[in-house]
Structures are given as C-alpha cells and as structure tokens.
Design a protein around this ligand. Structure first.
Ligand SMILES: [Zn+2]
Ligand SMILES: [Zn+2]
Length: 196
C-alpha cells in the first residue's frame, strides 16, 4: 500500500493522485469518477481552481483532511447529486436507484419493438464523455473497457441507427479509414428526456 499524502499531488505509475490504484476506464490516470472530477473540475464559485486545490491544506489533520462530497449531474435525469470519495460510491453515475433502473432497462417502442435502453445509454455516455467523432468500433471498444460488458460494433451500429433517426446523434461520412463516424448532438440534454 502506498503511503497516502493528501497534500502532495503525486503521480506514481499505477496510482491515482489520491494514492488509490488508478484505472477508471474513461480516464485511466484516476481511480474513480470522484477523483476525475475532484482533480479536474472547478470548485464552487471558481473558474479555474479545482476542488482539489480548494481542499488542499484544509481540515483538522493537515495531512489527511476528509474528502468533501462533490456535486455531480445524474447521467439519466440531469439532476444533481452528491458524489463521495468512499470507493463504494466514487463511481456513482445516477442520483438514485430509480434513475439507475430506468437507464438500464429495456423498453417497448411504439411499434412494440424492444429497445435496448441500457445499450443506447452506454453509447450516449461514451459519446458524451469524449465529445468527439467516433466510429461504431471505437464506441464498442470503449464500452467493453468502461462497462465491462460485451457489445459488438455491429450491435453498436444498429443502435446508432436508432439514435440518428431520433436526432440524438450526428452521422458523418466516411473518415480516412473508410468508417462512418458519429458524434453526440447535445451533450447536455438529459438522457431521460431523449428516451421518454
Ligand atoms: Zn483517486
Ligand atoms: Zn437521476
């Protein structure tokens, strides 16, 4: 175990700056969603100063102040919730169980077809996170790493067709590798709104 020195933003290979092992799939330098936000997003009332910089040197035990809870937007409904540092909660993406269930369940379409909401939410979360043009294959690889679930580029393509038809995603003509690429249309629209 690495000695935790909360005052020193050390970047040791294999470890997050907080001292825990790193490996949060979308940003592998950090251990969790909490630390990604804590170290990179501005603290309340600041333009640049991060939560981490704001927190340094605070607390009764100067070397090891308690990590504050930070505000986070629910991936499904967009409402804010509190994200805490404890490893069991540090990757929470939804404000509660109801949103988590709605974002991962299947749903019947108007034509009675079963829609894989969970699969499409994963695609939208990848596109929302990277904010860049990606091929179905890129998206499939990210989903495998991030959500540890199998999702072929073929099934990603099928779901992208639905997402494009519903105006949630832009489709671009072939790139230099001969692949179609896709980009999210509005990364701020709550997914709940898009799928209801
Ligand atoms: Zn960390
Ligand atoms: Zn929610």
């Amino acid at each position: 175990m690495v000695k935790r020195d909360a005052q020193q933003k050390h970047m040791m290979k294999g470890y997050c700056a907080c001292g825990r092992k790193n490996g949060f799939a979308p940003s592998p330098n950090y251990c969790s969603l909490y630390c990604l936000k804590f170290m990179t997003e501005p603290a309340d009332g600041y333009k640049r100063k991060t939560h981490y910089e704001d927190w340094q040197g605070t607390g009764t035990f100067a070397l090891n102040p308690v990590h504050p809870k930070i505000e986070c937007d629910c991936e499904w409904c967009g409402d804010s919730y509190k994200l805490s540092y404890a490893i069991s909660c540090a990757n929470k993406s939804y404000c509660g169980n109801i949103c988590m269930r709605q974002a991962t369940q299947g749903k019947r379409s108007k034509k009675k077809k079963m829609l894989n909401i969970g699969g499409m939410v994963r695609i939208m979360r990848v596109l929302r996170y990277y904010k860049t043009k990606m091929s179905a294959n890129d998206i499939s690889n990210h989903i495998k790493k991030w959500f540890s679930c199998d999702c072929s580029s073929g099934s990603v393509s099928n779901m992208l067709r639905y997402l494009c038809a519903k105006n949630m995603v832009y489709k671009y003509s072939m790139n230099e590798l001969g692949l179609m690429t896709y980009k999210i249309k509005n990364e701020h629209t709550p997914l709940k709104q898009l799928f209801s």
